[in-house]
Design a binder for this molecule. Structure first.
Ligand SMILES: Cc1cc2nc3c(=O)[nH]c(=O)nc-3n(C[C@H](O)[C@H](O)[C@H](O)COP(=O)(O)O)c2cc1C
Ligand SMILES: [Mn+2]
Length: 537
């Protein structure tokens, strides 16, 4: 694999930055430069949407990556869109021939057993050295391209061609930001991708949903700032921070609190592994910079920020530094969302920018979301493949999973299992609803291991035939995605599991279960032998 990349790009792995990635895309015939003048308001989105939807079912599905080099109102600026928008580019981004290769690498790591003797310990050394390679490194500011231009005053985020994506959007949105925060309790960093609505040159929204890691960092800070006496207020604020409850800010009495802010840094336009790591639903213990290092097999280089105590990828095109005030919320949206519908106005924290640093002639990297398939569909598929071995750690009976793109990520998860005991399909559903961001899964379908979950026709046949609906559909209540517009309440609603596995006597099914129809091997072989002669192809 490595040799393949060395041959191909003449260097051993890991794109240094967005520019090297763009070069690689161009070399692979995956990039289209657009020289025609286009407006960052709606036009770039419409062009990108058409590209995303082109080539359906063919080898060119997802269209090319697009580099807009003549952006109306932004002379000299360029905008990169659809960089991850096909299976080919997703593999190119992560430098693999197949996404399952990364799953294989994770499996190999997980399979390392504890060494018993001295020799075995010695054998472990290469593995440990390999892991050591993934940890981020800090470099000096002079070696950080993102510091080529430093603006502590007179800056504006609108100096960059931030897009307005859809007609009813509440404004322009930064859609591909790597948002860095630090857990006030543990000091651990987190990188998440949370969209940012531009309110003015120095202020944006910060759309981290309440169940996401940065929202928890904010709550931790709030708990610490308010002290026990204000517990009720903290709870109310905590419910609101990154959420939807209507509550006027300020009534928690934080004006006396010295440390009334959570520092935030935002990197835009990083190497592809780092950008991708920001969307990976990793457990809070695992820092995304480490994931990026693992994916690119080379440490991410970080540099200290100018005005906040955080680090950002040194290779970033643009860095926004600032803070979110603990007691401030502002209406965010509407925004044309992943679901294909608008997410309507809701209150979210506000990001105040204290400094902007950037490379000379920065490339502005963005994406649009909307009715699938879009660029994010390919990113979601990569997450699905990479997480399979990790899900199997908790639910070892899982054979394969599929999240159909049309259902928009966690609205539908189809799982095949090796069923060994009564009620196991229900156990798997409950496991999914308890597992990280899989908690958002609205419908879970469980089938037997002999059903190919990637074949929706086969899945439909199993579900339609194998269920007694009243018996086999399970409803439950729990947290739902903030983007769900159908749930009874924002962020809280019901989920459904369908047990489409064969039913057992041990599950109270006493009728005979019929075998599925399959021709015997001998007959198949005989027909294979004469098939060509029949001239039926
Ligand atoms: C293009 C794109 C935009 C996203 N926008 C948001 C967003 O605005 N808010 C949010 O909470 N999650 C958003 N997500 C999903 C998060 O990035 C994802 O849940 C990630 O795992 C969050 O990181 P965390 O687990 O460290 O909190 C977006 C994902 C993508 C691919
Ligand atoms: Mn995280």
């Amino acid at each position: 694999m490595r040799s393949f990349w060395v041959e191909r790009w003449g260097k051993p792995l890991a794109y240094e930055d967005l520019r090297e990635w763009i070069k690689a895309l161009e070399k692979a015939g995956e990039l289209k430069r657009v020289g025609e003048e286009v407006d960052p308001v709606l036009e770039i989105a419409e062009i990108t949407d058409r590209a995303s939807k082109s080539g359906k079912g063919s080898k060119t599905a997802g269209g090319p990556a697009l580099l807009f080099e003549n952006v109306k109102g932004y002379p000299g600026a360029s905008v990169l869109m659809n960089q991850f928008g096909s299976e080919r580019r997703m593999k190119l981004a992560l430098e693999v021939d197949s996404l399952d290769e990364i799953a294989g690498r994770i499996r190999a790591l997980l399979e390392v057993k504890s060494p018993e003797g001295f020799l075995e310990k010695l054998k472990m050394l290469p593995v440990l050295a390999e892991v050591g390679k993934f940890f981020p490194k800090t470099v000096a500011a002079k070696d950080a391209p993102c510091k080529e231009v430093i603006k502590r005053e007179g800056f504006s985020v609108l100096d960059f061609p931030v897009l307005k994506c859809w007609p009813l959007d509440g404004g322009r949105f930064i859609t591909l930001p790597c948002v860095v925060t630090r857990d006030p309790k543990t000091g651990k960093r987190n990188v998440g991708m949370y969209r940012m609505q531009v309110y003015d040159g120095q202020t944006t929204g910060m759309h981290w949903q309440r169940q996401k890691n940065a929202a928890e960092h904010l709550r931790e800070k709030l708990r610490a700032a308010a002290g026990d006496s204000a517990a009720a207020h903290v709870q109310a604020m905590a419910e609101t921070a990154g959420g939807t409850m209507n509550m006027s800010s300020g009534n928690i009495g934080l004006s006396q609190v010295k440390d009334d802010r959570l520092e935030v840094a935002v990197a835009i336009g990083t190497d592809p592994a780092t950008t991708f790591a920001a969307i990976v639903p990793a457990p809070p213990e695992v820092e995304e910079f480490l994931i990026a290092g693992f994916l690119r097999q080379k440490p991410v280089e970080l540099v200290k920020c100018e005005t906040v105590d955080l680090e950002v990828p040194a290779n970033a095109e643009i860095v926004l530094e600032g803070y979110v005030k603990l007691d401030e919320l502002r209406v965010e949206g509407p925004f044309g969302d992943h679901t294909g519908f608008y997410t309507m106005e809701e209150e979210y924290p506000v990001f105040h920018i204290t400094c902007i640093t950037h490379r000379k002639d920065p490339v502005y990297a963005s994406t649009i979301v909307g009715k699938p398939p879009m660029e994010d569909a390919w990113m979601g598929k990569a997450v699905e493949r990479i997480f399979l071995p990790l899900m199997k750690l908790t639910l070892p009976e899982i054979v394969d999973i599929d999240l159909p793109v049309e259902a928009v990520f966690h609205n539908l998860m189809i799982i095949s299992i090796k069923k060994s005991y009564a009620g196991q399909a229900r156990k798997v559903m409950n496991g999914i609803w308890a597992m990280g961001q899989a908690m958002f899964t609205k419908c879970v379908i469980v089938v037997d291991e002999d059903c190919d979950v990637q074949d929706l026709g086969e899945v439909t046949l199993r579900v339609a035939n194998n269920i007694d609906p009243e018996r086999d559909i399970q409803f439950t209540l729990g947290p739902v995605d903030s983007l769900d517009h159908a749930s009874r309440m924002p962020n809280y609603g019901s989920k459904m599991g369908i047990d489409a596995t064969r039913k057992w006597v041990a599950e109270g099914f006493t009728r005979p279960w019929p075998p599925m129809i399959e021709m015997d091997a001998e007959t198949k072989a005989r027909v294979d032998a004469i098939w060509k002669k029949l001239g039926l192809d």
